[in-house]
Design a protein around this ligand. Sequence first.
Ligand code: ADP
Length: 228
Amino acid sequence: MMASTSLLELKGISRRYHQGERELVILDAAEVHLRRGETVALVAPSGAGKSTLLHLAGLLERPDDGEIFLNGRSCGDLSDDARTAIRRNDIGFVYQFHHLLPEFTALENIMLPQLIRGLSPAEAGQRAAELLDYMKIGHRSDHRPSELSGGEQQRVAIARAVANAPLLLLADEPTGNLDPETAAYVFSALEALVRQSGLTALIATHNHELAGRMDRRITIAGGKIVDM
Ligand code: ADP
């Protein structure tokens, strides 16, 4: 069978929230299609539904209607355990705040997802060290998150997200908490990593200049996903 060129497909996805009497329609039969290796920026105002879309794509939530395919496989009917395994092995997440574990060093934070996956400490440590070097923070490997700057913390979080060599990287305002200069530096490091590894990435950002460096830009309007 020929490998599909689609890495992520959301077909006819709807998501509604109930707030008291009111129904809030965030996504209404929306379509998203990411080709393998494609980088896509999700640009929309706060409250438009960016996190909702990323949570659905990352199998953290289930849509009210519609189907999600990752690497050609339908994810809707999978058990929670199977979805957890896909999240662990095939999807990397980066959030606005780093969510590193405070009691572990930078190196250990990047080793952990690999150990959970079943790699040996030696293998996990080597990959973690390589990633820290790639992110130009090899000299910080023994530091705990509280001893790192905001930009360094976020570079560790990015390294952790790709530690298990996922198929898909999902990022929710990954530089939203950084000053403009640091944001530009961290974004460049993220971009280089994604391009070099051929990762498919969907990155929510408010920053139009950074979004302009992705292959494509999409937004959320009237419950649909539209190209910008
Ligand atoms: P964004 O990431 O673009 O800021 P979100 O996806 O977080 O937007 O939220 C979209 C809208 O859905 C917002 O108006 C938010 O208040 C609402 N919302 C998000 N999650 C819930 C929830 N669990 N229950 C009710 N409303 C929600």
